[in-house]
Design a protein around this ligand. Structure first.
Ligand SMILES: Nc1ncnc2c1ncn2[C@@H]1O[C@H](COP(=O)(O)OP(=O)(O)OP(=O)(O)O)[C@@H](O)[C@H]1O
Ligand SMILES: [Mg+2]
Length: 274
C-alpha cells in the first residue's frame, strides 16, 4: 500500500500546537491541516509571527508544550521525518560541503543507499542545471544556484512532505518563476505536500491552494485559496492580519494548479513508497 492514501484525508494535522519561549513569545493553539487536495499551503504572517517556530516544531527541532502533530493520522515520529524535507532559508546553507557531497549526505541521513540514488542524482543534476557546479561549495554559488543545489539535496531524498522557509528570497524574477513551477509540479503531479513561508505574498497567489495567516503566534485565517475565488492575498492579509477581521469559516473548495515540468515528474515518479 502506498505511504499516503489516494484520498483527501489530511496528510498533516496540527492540533492545538503551543510552543512558547521565555517572555511568552512563540505560537499558541495552532490547528490546521494539509490534505492531499489542498497540498500547497502558504504560511503567511508578520515578522516574529511564529512561522519558523511552527516549521521547526513540525521537524521536531522544537518540542511543543501542548498539542500534537499527526502525519497521515499517526502521531509524528522519526519514521515520518524520513519522508519529510526542510528547505532552509538563505542563512542556513551548508558551509563545508560541495553540492554533490551534500546531496549524498542528505540521502544517506535518510537511510537511502547509494544504489538507490545514484541514477536519480545524475538526472536531477541535469534537470536542475547544476552540471558545471559539481565540485562547488554553496558559498561559491549565486542565490539561484544555491536554491537549485538545495533542491537537489531535498529531491534526492524522495520526500512526501517539503517545508520551505522563505525559499525565494534573493531570487530574480525568472529564477522565482522557475522555482514555483518546480513546486507546482511536485505538488500537483507527484502529490507532495508543501508548506511554504514567504514575505513576497504576490508570488504565493499563483502557487498555493490553501492559506494560513498567522499573527503574533495565533492563526487568524485558515482556508482553501485560489486567486480567482478569494482575490489578492494582500487584501486578505490586510483584512485579517492588519485590521483583525474575524474569519467566518466556509466549506472547502477545490483549487487546482496546472504545471508542465514533465521531466521532473519522470525523474521522481514511481519511487518505492516505504
Ligand atoms: N529560539 C528562540 N528563543 C526565544 N525566542 C524565540 C526563539 N525562536 C523564536 N523566538 C521568538 O518567537 C517568536 C516567533 O519567531 P519566529 O522566528 O517563529 O517568527 P517568524 O514568523 O518566522 O518571523 P520572520 O518572518 O521574521 O521569519 C518571535 O517573537 C521570536 O522572537
Ligand atoms: Mg521565520
Amino acid at each position: 500500500m502506498s505511504y499516503f492514501q489516494q484520498t483527501n484525508e489530511p496528510v498533516i494535522e496540527f492540533k492545538e500546537i503551543t510552543k512558547l519561549f521565555k517572555e511568552g513569545r512563540g505560537i499558541r493553539d495552532i490547528s490546521f491541516d494539509i490534505t492531499k487536495e489542498n497540498n500547497i499551503v502558504g504560511l503567511i504572517g508578520n515578522n516574529g509571527a511564529g512561522k519558523t517556530t511552527l516549521l521547526k516544531t513540525l521537524f521536531k527541532e522544537y518540542t511543543a508544550q501542548n498539542g500534537e502533530i499527526l502525519i497521515n493520522g499517526e502521531p509524528l515520529e522519526n519514521k515520518h521525518l524520513k519522508k519529510m524535507a526542510f528547505f532552509p532559508d538563505q542563512n542556513n546553507f551548508p558551509k563545508h560541503f560541495n553540492i554533490i557531497e551534500f546531496a549524498k549526505f542528505s540521502a544517506e541521513l535518510k537511510g537511502i543507499k547509494p544504489k538507490d540514488y545514484v541514477d536519480k542524482l545524475e538526472k536531477l543534476i541535469r534537470f536542475l542545471k547544476l552540471e558545471n557546479f559539481r565540485k562547488s561549495k554553496f558559498t561559491k554559488l549565486s542565490a539561484g544556484q544555491q536554491k537549485r543545489a538545495l533542491l537537489l539535496s531535498v529531491l534526492i531524498t524522495n520526500p512526501k512532505i517539503i517545508a520551505l522557509d522563505e525559499p525565494t528570497a534573493n531570487l530574480d524574477v525568472d529564477a522565482r518563476i522557475e522555482f514555483q513551477e518546480i513546486l507546482k509540479t511536485l505538488a500537483n503531479d507527484l502529490k507532495i505536500s508543501i508548506i511554504i513561508t514567504s514575505h513576497i505574498i504576490d508570488e504565493m497567489e499563483n502557487l498555493i491552494n490553501k492559506v494560513v495567516l498567522i499573527k503574533d503566534g495565533v492563526i487568524v485565517y485558515d482556508n482553501n485559496y485560489s486567486l480567482v475565488k478569494d482575490g489578492k492575498l494582500e487584501v486578505l492579509y490586510k483584512d485579517y492580519v492588519t485590521y483583525q477581521k474575524q474569519q467566518i469559516k466556509v466549506d472547502k473548495q477545490k483549487a487546482g494548479n496546472k504545471s508542465n515540468v514533465a521531466s521532473l515528474v519522470d525523474i521522481l515518479r514511481n519511487e518505492d513508497d516505504d
